[in-house]
Design a protein. Structure first.
Length: 343
């Protein structure tokens, strides 16, 4: 997946506390641990699951997962010339392209979140390019206001046309990038594959986003950690641990990625409404949702909003959200009402 300039995803990590051998008290089969690793979408995936050994012996999980993720990448990676997304990006305005069910799912949710949040825009790649962010995410130029106004007028999910026939664009040059939702979709795809095979105790992680279900042997819950945003560079510290049950989890933040140009400090996160890099104190956003794709997109959108707008959006939409903001007095946290049961 092309790493366009979006929120930096913080790495979650599960706190695994040992293994179980033998049968449980009810005489159930021994739950064996299986670890699967690989590369996908320009990052890595890690899967941990528990299931009876006899069941695992009949499955080809690694091969099936690799195949599923390869299909997602072929559909949604802008690095693959003939990918589905690149085929759409080359279309002229008004041309309708038939799309796969997976592409439709991600497009529809990206459009919904775009209209709902106003800060997640899967068409804003040209706006980011206008700022001249290079491969190292450092800006090389500052657009004029006239250039920004013209660009803003020609991007937006309102210029996507999704119907039964397929997908079209209403203006030439409109491009898609699913960097804020495709990873989460890949997680959901793998989790659904596991559940179709009867596996209900698992953790699926791609590039730091995650979906967990069930529990570990011995009725032990999955424990997920949120990283400490102000940890020294190169160090990883736990801010707090959470026992979440079965749910998708995404954390985003931009506290380590900022640059100075012409005496001003810029982050690579851009507000599609203003066309400007964001400037606020929100440094970490954690979102819980049954869909990792939706959690992924919302974590990006809320980070762009800033603390107060993110609070209001979370409360208005009954979202489990945990925010960490940087203040002159130090870090300040906020838990939405829907998040408090997980603390």
């Amino acid at each position: 997946m092309k790493p366009i300039l979006r929120v930096m995803t913080l790495v979650f990590f599960a706190l695994t506390l040992g293994l179980l051998s033998g049968c449980d008290k009810a005489g159930e089969p021994e739950q064996q641990e299986l670890l699967l690793h690989g590369k996908t979408m320009g990052t890595t995936y890690n899967i941990k699951l528990y299931a009876p050994g006899e069941q695992l012996a009949t499955l080809n999980l690694h091969g099936d997962i690799e195949q599923a993720l390869k299909a997602v990448n072929q559909s949604m990676s802008t690095y693959i010339p003939d990918s589905e997304i690149n085929q759409f990006n080359r279309l002229k305005a008004g041309e309708v392209m038939a799309i796969s069910p997976d592409f439709r799912t991600v497009t529809a949710e990206s459009i919904r979140l775009g209209f709902s949040t106003k800060t997640l825009d899967v068409t804003m790649g040209p706006l980011i390019d206008l700022w001249g962010f290079g491969p190292d995410k450092r800006p090389t130029q500052r657009p004029t206001q006239a250039e920004l106004d013209a660009m803003i007028a020609n991007i937006g999910v309102d210029k996507l046309i999704l119907n039964e026939q397929g997908l079209a664009k209403s203006v030439d040059g409109l491009e898609l990038s699913f960097s804020a939702t495709a990873k989460g979709f890949g997680i959901d795809k793998v989790a659904d594959l596991l559940e179709q095979q009867g596996i209900t105790n698992y953790m699926v992680e791609i590039g730091g986003e995650m979906r967990i279900a069930g529990q570990k042997p011995g009725n032990k819950p999955w424990v997920i950690a949120i990283e400490q945003p102000d940890a020294p560079r190169g160090e990883r510290k736990m801010h707090r641990a959470l026992e979440l049950g079965s749910i998708g989890v995404a954390t985003s933040g931009d506290y380590r990625i900022f640059y100075e140009m012409d005496g001003e400090v810029y982050t690579h996160l851009i507000d599609p409404q203003t066309g400007m890099p964001i400037k606020h104190d929100l440094v970490s956003v954690t979102v819980l949702h049954p869909s990792a794709m939706t959690a992924d997109g919302l974590a990006t959108a809320l980070t762009v909003m800033g603390t107060e707008r993110a609070k209001a959006y979370a409360e208005a939409n009954n979202l489990p959200v945990y925010l960490i903001s940087k203040t002159p007095e130090g870090l300040k946290t906020y838990s939405s009402p829907a998040f408090k049961p997980y603390l």
